[in-house]
Design a protein around this ligand. Structure first.
Ligand code: FES
Length: 166
């Protein structure tokens, strides 16, 4: 269940989103980039925020909902500070990404699509992210990790924690 999105507590972020929308040359074609921006600002895309984007871009809400549900990168649920996107595309799968997914799952104590109790990490399987030459690939927020092995997982988690000063 998505939690209630409180617009009155998000005015600064909405201003940033509005400013980004103003920079888009054609609003009709800007849906994906605006949703990326919205997710990077808010961390997720609850239905009320999707509706806000649809109204701002003057496109049908169904179009925005369709894009959000089609791309596994987008999430309607609140996520942790670090979204660990694990590429389950063919090239990554052949190179053993399933072992990497299992290792993250074991070390964090969560399953795919879940968030750790401290709100730090969300595990998320995604389709090919277009970096097959680096397979197996993990993308954490905007950072891409290539040739990831199960043995690397502990260090990657440590690096994220260090970034947060945890
Ligand atoms: S299959 Fe993983 S990046 Fe393409």
């Amino acid at each position: 269940m998505s939690e209630v999105f409180e617009f009155d507590k998000a005015t600064e972020k909405l201003k940033l989103l509005d400013a980004f929308i103003e920079t888009q040359p054609t609003k009709e074609e800007a849906v994906i980039s605006v949703l990326h921006k919205a997710q990077s600002l808010f961390g997720y895309l609850p239905p009320d925020l999707q509706l806000y984007v649809a109204r701002k871009l003057d496109v049908p809400a169904a179009k925005v909902y369709g894009v959000v549900s089609f791309y596994s990168f987008f999430s309607e649920e609140k996520r942790g500070d670090f979204t660990i996107n694990i590429c389950m595309g063919t090239a990554c799968f052949v190179k053993g990404i399933d072992k990497v997914m299992s290792e993250f799952s074991n070390q964090l104590g969560i399953k795919n699509k879940e968030t750790t109790a401290d709100g730090l990490f969300t595990l998320n399987d995604v389709r090919c992210i277009g970096a097959c030459g680096l397979a197996p690939v993990v993308m954490i927020n905007d950072k891409v990790y290539g040739h990831v092995k199960a043995e690397d997982v502990g260090q990657i988690i440590m690096d994220c924690k260090e970034q947060k000063g945890v």
